[in-house]
Design a protein around this ligand. Structure first.
Ligand SMILES: [Zn+2]
Length: 290
């Protein structure tokens, strides 16, 4: 994405991986493939690879610079986690992206995770001398308490996912005293706050931004692809509660539709950011560069 200014805040992203990823009918188990293909023909060319029948999905971390803080939102998959294909992405692009933005690990004041799936908390920790330690030594990490405690329980049950995600990426942050386990409507200050958006995961949150009369919404995995603005009832194969995910999606899309709020989803490719506009009974995603 191109760096974006909202009031006194700048937003950009560091990309870990992007490109064609999954067929729509795999990503959305309840979708009608012909309907999906008809919608995709009407959408920006960078959201779908027709030759491979794959949705284009980006993995990225947002960098938010407010007058007071340097904040990361979602931390991709990270390095040395032991993941096999297709999640064994090369890690240098993410590290290079941080450096290109003039950031060292010490510069980060807060890390927000919209949820605690494999691709949203990876760089929370690094493996140093055989131990998982916080990557950002001066940061407080903001986790939804409900999200954290649910994955703690699931991990104790041996569920996979998250498998070792909680053990490697989340527990070491708490043990280091750098975690803030917060309510789902936590407010950092009058610029940054959370809203509960459960469904994709039990304690999924969106991160709101407001500055100088401008608004942004980091929507995490409330939706994975712009198709879901047109078909909000299509929940992904990764959703914890597909029905709740759809209800949340409709509520959030309705709340930002036809407003100036810039929506910044975790996985949208190309310009990434955009506005939600009403279209009949549902919506469309209008990328900023369209
Ligand atoms: Zn994700």
């Amino acid at each position: 994405m191109k760096p974006l200014t909202l009031g006194d805040v700048t937003v950009t992203s560091v990309v870990e991986r992007d490109g064609p990823w999954r067929p729509p009918e795999i990503m959305y188990p309840t979708c009608d493939k012909e309907t999906a293909l008809a919608h995709l023909k009407t959408m920006a060319p960078y959201v779908y690879d027709a030759a491979q029948n794959m949705l284009v999905i980006t993995y990225q971390t947002y960098i938010v610079q407010t007058p007071h803080h340097t904040i990361l939102i979602d931390t991709c998959l990270g390095e040395d986690k032991g993941y096999g294909p297709p999640h064994d992405f090369p890690k240098q692009p993410w590290l290079d992206g941080m450096a290109a933005n003039g950031l060292s690990f010490e510069d980060i004041d807060y890390v927000f995770c919209t949820h605690l799936h494999i691709d949203h908390c990876g760089w929370n920790t690094r493996l140093i001398d055989g131990r998982w330690v916080p990557t950002f030594p001066n940061a407080k990490y903001i986790f939804s308490r409900k999200e954290y405690e649910t994955w703690e329980e699931e991990t104790k049950k041996g569920a996979h996912p998250p498998g070792n995600v909680w053990s490697q990426n989340c527990l070491p942050i708490v043990e280091a005293g750098q975690a803030m386990l917060v309510d789902d409507d936590f407010m950092l200050d009058d610029t940054i706050w959370l809203t509960p958006t459960p469904g994709h995961s039990p304690g999924h949150v969106c991160v709101n931004l407001k500055s100088g009369g401008k608004q942004g919404l980091f929507s995490g995995d409330m939706m994975h692809h712009a198709l879901q603005c047109i078909e909000p009832d299509w929940s992904s194969c990764f959703c914890w509660d597909a029905d709740q995910s759809a209800r949340t999606r409709r509520k959030v899309l309705d709340s930002v539709a036809d407003t100036d709020t810039v929506v910044l989803p975790a996985h949208f490719p190309g310009p990434t950011a955009g506005h939600v506009v009403g279209d009949g009974d549902t919506w469309r995603f209008k990328f900023l560069d369209d």
